[in-house]
Design a protein around this ligand. Sequence first.
Ligand SMILES: [Zn+2]
Length: 312
Amino acid sequence: MKLQAFLERMFNQKRVPQALLFYGKEGIGKREIAFELSKALLCLKSQYPACGVCESCRLLKDFFSQPEEKLKVYEDDKFVYLQGDHPDFIYLKPEKTEIKVDQIRAVRDFVYIKPALSPKKVVVIYNADAMNPYAQNALLKVLEEPPLDTHFILVSHNLNSILPTIKSRCFMLEVPPLTKEELAQRTGIKDDLLLELSEGSIILLESLKEKKEIVETALKFWQLDWVSLFKLANKLEDWSTEDKLLFLKILSGLIQKKYLQERDERYKLMLDRVYFAMEYLGKGINLKLTLFYLYLKGGDKNASYKGALSGH
Ligand SMILES: [Zn+2]
């Protein structure tokens, strides 16, 4: 894989930046990549991939297979970050939906002490976009003068919520979606259609597998007659936001595929409409109108398109 090779080269040239930001879609393995790099930076043999046997590697080995409660560190009764048995590694994540300024203050206290075991210290900030503005500003101050022996590894699927000043301090690395083969290998799911619809994301693939009915409904969407379309539009109202999102996500995947094949501007308009609906779902958007629009725009005028889009 290209990214891994790039990281390996960077590591061997001892040029791993002090602040990195891995970004890309949800569910494509960003956290694993960040963790692998952390292990290598902390490895007592200083190698990428990490040796797996030294004291440092041994202490990090089961980090994510432990119950989270065991890893949770509190300060003044407030959750700050996760830390296992390794003294030089911490893993910051939102308590619920937000990373708060107190958590960043705790990180600051951690980074200004010397490493205890490894040559370096590593702070992973998972879902860095969940930092509220105060937290981001506090982090920015640390990133402006990071202690030389500390690496910050940020992980995000939503760069829009991260301050430009933070992004400019980080070395940005895009994590590509997983290939169909990688997905199949990691999940054991072989269904080609599901693999394709999942767009390289394990999270999406697993929801697709779980929600077969939604997948079926979306695939048949452009073949419905008007009565069934009305029925579906009414039924959809009662679905959970999560299910509605999944449904729209599948439609967007089908339309996108079509757009890439034909480059017809019509599909682009349809995509804009789906993305808009996804963004404003639960904020008063009229989902029925969106469905009718998509149905008309993608259907009647071009009968062959209906079939092609749903793969029949
Ligand atoms: Zn090691």
